[in-house]
Design a protein around this ligand. Structure first.
Ligand SMILES: [Zn+2]
Length: 61
């Protein structure tokens, strides 16, 4: 399980494996979709800030 910030309810929630709805590995980054306690579909990933607007992406080449 892991902790992630939900963009819908704006809370840090503890997410259990039973809430995970999908998993993928993209360019070496593990990504998971899960359903938050509030019912919102959310995305978690362990790498560079995929899909976010921050310009400072890590150079992994
Ligand atoms: Zn939520």
């Amino acid at each position: 399980m892991f902790v992630n910030h939900c963009t819908s309810c704006d809370k840090k929630m503890l997410i259990f494996p039973s809430q995970v709805t999908g998993m993928a590995q993209i360019d070496g980054v593990n990504a998971m979709t899960y359903t938050c306690w509030c019912g919102s579909e959310q995305l978690w990933h362990d790498g560079a800030k995929v899909g976010q607007t921050e310009p400072a992406l890590a150079d992994i080449s």
